[in-house]
Design a protein around this ligand. Structure first.
Ligand code: 13P
Ligand code: ZN
Length: 273
């Protein structure tokens, strides 16, 4: 099969373009990775041309030998749909989980996203808990970023405030949202901090930078990012009208919702204000 005709490649391209259309990917902002299924690797491997092994910059032994579709560093989400072979690549990890090599894509040169350590460490945490998780998505979501300048950088506060802004939020992300304080992006340190949060949450906010989402497929992961960012937009609008709420969804309302929708909402987010 031609590489670009594969359904998982089409799904990846569509998701990248959806993110661009939301306005979350100025210039080369954001990155996306997908852990490819063995049968999907098999279906496109006739197209592979392996390049040199390169260090990942961290160690992900659980993912040894796996293949990932990832956006290229410095490449624009805007261009993914127009020139996928120049904007994204497929990589293979070696047997130690410390090196990768490009096997397809980035035809004009380049390397995978600078956030590869964060992506792979998040994948590793997720796969250990649930092997169905395959997508890690980093976006520069405008309203979430704006809120990191005015809300305390605490998991409890961000989770509760986002939950209060849209009734569906606690159902879509019942585990809550984690927050990483500002850190230098692109390295192992921020990857360790983010993957630590991914042990508990499917969403991690990077203060003054953006957000990471994890999920089983493209729809669920994009939908999660979209839901949290929409809620942040409502909060920004609300705070622009007045600093306090006249009425809201209460802690008891959340408990009632959790009962009827059969989700578990941790009590640490249902504090009395
Ligand atoms: P890359 O172009 O290397 O993916 O970096 C973009 C980004 O958002 C860094 O956090
Ligand atoms: Zn970024």
């Amino acid at each position: 099969m031609k590489f670009l005709e594969a359904e998982f490649v089409q799904g990846f391209i569509r998701m990248a373009n959806d993110g661009w259309e939301q306005g979350w990917h100025e210039r080369n902002g954001g990155n996306l990775s997908y852990r490819v299924k063995p049968e999907e690797v098999e279906s496109v491997k006739e197209n592979f041309e392996a390049k040199e092994w390169q260090p990942i910059g961290t160690s992900v032994p659980t993912l040894a030998g796996e293949f990932f579709l990832v956006t290229g560093s410095g490449k624009y989400f805007r261009n993914v749909i127009l020139d996928p072979a120049g904007s994204i690549c497929m990589i293979e990890l070696d047997k130690t989980g410390e090196n990768y090599r490009i096997v397809w894509g980035l035809v004009n040169g380049g390397r995978p996203t600078s956030e590869l350590p964060s992506h792979l460490m998040n994948h590793e945490v997720k796969v250990e808990k649930n092997p169905n998780y395959r997508v890690i998505y980093h976006a520069h979501t405008t309203n979430i970023i704006a809120l990191t300048f005015v809300l305390p950088l605490k998991d409890e506060v961000f989770t509760r405030e986002l939950w209060e802004m849209a009734t569906e939020c606690p159902v879509v992300f019942p585990d809550g949202v984690g927050v990483v304080p500002w850190m230098v992006p692109g390295g192992r340190e921020i990857a360790v901090a983010t993957s630590e949060l991914m042990k508990q949450y499917d969403l991690a906010i990077w203060a003054h930078h953006g957000m990471f989402a994890a999920g089983e497929d493209f729809d669920l992961t994009f939908g999660l990012m979209h839901t949290a960012e929409k809620s942040a937009e409502i909060l920004v609008k609300m705070l622009s009208m007045r600093p306090d709420k006249l009425q809201t969804i209460t802690a008891q309302n959340f408990r009632d919702l959790a009962h009827d929708f059969k989700v578990t909402l941790p009590e640490k987010f249902l504090y009395e204000k």
